[in-house]
Design a protein around this ligand. Structure first.
Ligand code: ZN
Length: 97
């Protein structure tokens, strides 16, 4: 199974859905290309037009500016209202930096 197929498998079958300890939202754990765990919002995003934003694509790459037609997931720290607490409670090794 390739990295891409594994990511899609995780998303489709939601085996890694958990609850954010900060805000209680449902989050999905993905892996970046470098193998780091990253929490994202479970909803797959389709980018309609070029814009600023943060997105983890299906290849495990985090984009800081988005192109039209791109798909991916929003890292949860972007949308979490308790992002700071979230970082402290789930990021003891600094993997999100
Ligand atoms: Zn949260």
């Amino acid at each position: 199974m390739t990295h891409n197929e594994r990511i899609y498998h995780q998303a489709r079958f939601s085996t890694n859905i958990q609850t954010c300890k900060g805000c209680g939202a449902r989050i999905l754990w993905m892996k970046t290309l470098r193998g780091k765990n990253i929490p994202v919002d479970p909803q797959l995003i389709h980018v309609p037009r070029e814009r600023e934003g943060t997105l983890l694509d299906k290849d495990g790459i985090i984009h800081r500016s988005l192109a039209a037609g791109q798909t991916g997931w929003t890292p949860h720290w972007v949308t979490c209202p308790k992002a700071e607490q979230f970082h402290q409670s789930t990021n003891p090794k600094g993997v999100l930096q």
